[in-house]
Design a protein around this ligand. Structure first.
Ligand SMILES: *Cc1c(COP(=O)(O)O)cnc(C)c1O
Length: 496
């Protein structure tokens, strides 16, 4: 498989090159040149690993089959995940299914890609003969940061720096990141929101003086954010797996269409569902569920992407995003890969903060995406409703999707897969307040109470968190991000 850039300004890249570069150096994102076609066999695989092997192989054709296999085995096993099946599917009422993606080490769906990414990165370096030290920069709205830190922690030849919005993540998310050990990790809070962190990281990537300085110390930058194709490909797997499980359980007939409802922020997870559909998975519509930061709802309804709006802090902080990076890949595909239009729109968004798609593109989007959003009262009511109806305790992000999926109307449409992106224990005080109607300001007391209500022990990602020493407590301004990276890199020199 070769990879092309969404601005058509880069020669063909191998999967290894696309993973190591992270984004196209002169702007734009890597996408696969062609989209492989699923066969019926892939849907009927006995294990997650087998499904993953089949989906990933064509995208990573520069990896020998046994090499890719070794990567998958090191990522998807019972040490890293609570369940040998990696993901699980629970009924949530009639024709509604919850796809639980949070059995990994940090209790968020991002573990599924980020447990594999370091393996992909290390292999890509070997295959391309890259002997430099890889410095992974990550901007996080809360969950990517810890998942990336756990993935890359102590990986040889790789270090990682994470930037998160100061005061913009949950207490558990903050502690998870701030207590990370490992010789190769650094975490900074930034005065700003997630978009500031993400824009800051993108600016560092485009900074040729910084690139040259680091190259002088044999260090190369890469990214663990979902702008990296290596983050997206592993996410296609669980959609195919979920469909296969529904079919195996007799919930759907072979070939029957399903809907998928995804709580969306940076548009990575839902884009992976789009790729699964493009590969031939029978999916009718993708429901793009947003929280109060409903810029995507407005965009899909009007065709205008307008970032001039208030930024809201919500109980689903991992979706508190106004600039959804992976929308660029989606628009590249729905315009029939029109790099000129993509470049024009995203240049406009960068310069003026707004762009509008043409009528033809709008119609193509309408045929695929159903947008919807839930405000805070609706999210809390949904958590309570799901608990009362099914006894299941869902987190705030999942609740956004569960609420929006009800917009589909009476339950006689296709089965719907509702993507559950985090364990409720990660957002314990909000979930507890939603169910009991009473606030518990002490996050760890809330987790204990929630454990009693849910009838299961807290996710291991939050157990013992309170006792762990805080190792990272620096707060930066946006303009200090560059200096911080240089400082960390200087400390690395000589041990690549
Ligand atoms: C990251 C995240 C999301 C949003 O996923 P995107 O791929 O950024 O759209 C939703 N829920 C949780 C819990 C997350 O961590």
């Amino acid at each position: 498989m070769r990879y092309i850039g969404t601005h058509a300004n880069h020669p063909f890249a191998s999967a290894s090159e696309a993973v190591l570069l992270g984004m196209v150096p002169r702007g734009g994102l890597f996408v696969p040149e062609t989209i492989p076609v699923l066969d019926a066999d892939t849907l009927a695989q006995p294990s997650y690993l087998e499904t993953a092997r089949r989906i990933m192989a064509p995208y990573f054709s520069d990896f020998a089959p046994d090499v890719l296999d070794a990567c998958l085995h090191r990522a998807y096993n019972e040490t890293n995940f609570e369940t040998p099946d990696i993901v699980d599917l629970q009924p949530l009422g009639r024709r509604r299914f919850l796809l639980n993606l949070w059995h990994g080490p940090t209790a968020a769906f991002k573990d599924i890609a980020l447990q594999l990414m370091p393996e992909l990165t290390a292999t890509a370096k070997r295959l391309t003969g890259d002997k430099t030290h890889t410095l992974i920069l990550v901007a996080t709205s809360g969950d990517t940061g810890k998942a990336a830190l756990e993935g890359y922690k102590n990986a040889p030849g790789i270090s990682i720096v994470v930037f998160y919005p100061h005061g913009g993540v949950s207490e558990v998310q903050r502690l998870q990141m701030a207590t990370t050990d490992g010789s190769n990790t650094k975490v900074f809070a930034v005065r700003g929101n997630f978009d500031d962190c993400q824009t800051g990281v993108k600016a560092l990537f485009m900074d040729s003086a910084l690139r040259d300085y680091l190259a002088g110390n044999a260090i190369k930058l890469s990214t663990g954010n979902s702008i990296n194709w290596g983050r997206l490909a592993p996410q296609i797997v669980y959609y195919v797996r979920a469909y296969g499980l529904l079919q195996a359980r007799g919930e759907i007939r072979p070939g029957e269409e399903v809907d998928i409802c995804v709580p969306t922020g940076n548009f990575g997870n839902i884009l992976a569902a789009w790729y699964a559909r493009a590969m031939g998975l029978p999916v009718r519509r993708l429901f793009c569920a947003s929280n109060k930061n409903n810029i995507l709802t407005d965009f899909f309804q009007t065709g205008v992407y307008d970032t001039h709006r208030e930024f809201h802090r919500t109980s689903s902080p991992s979706m508190d995003i106004l600039i959804s990076s992976n929308l660029e890949r989606f628009l590249f595909e729905v315009t029939g890969r029109d790099a000129e239009r993509i470049k024009a729109w995203f240049t406009e968004r960068f310069r003026k903060g707004v762009f509008e798609v043409d009528a033809e593109t709008k119609a193509a989007m309408d045929a695929l995406i159903v947008p919807g959003w839930a405000d805070e009262p609706r999210v809390f009511a949904e958590i309570k409703k799901v608990y009362e109806e099914t006894g299941l305790v869902i987190d705030t992000h999942t609740a956004v999707a569960s609420a929006v999926s009800r917009d589909r109307g009476p339950a006689d449409g296709p089965a719907v897969i509702i993507v559950s992106t985090a364990s409720a224990f990660k957002f314990g005080s909000d979930v507890l307040a939603a169910i009991t109607g009473r606030a518990e300001p002490d996050e760890f007391a809330a987790i204990e109470r929630l454990s009693e209500i849910a009838g299961r022990p807290p996710h291991r990602a939050v157990r013992g968190l309170k006792e762990r020493p805080v190792l990272h407590d620096k707060v930066l301004t946006i303009s200090q991000m560059r200096e911080a990276v240089i400082g960390f890199a200087d400390g690395l020199s000589g041990r690549a």
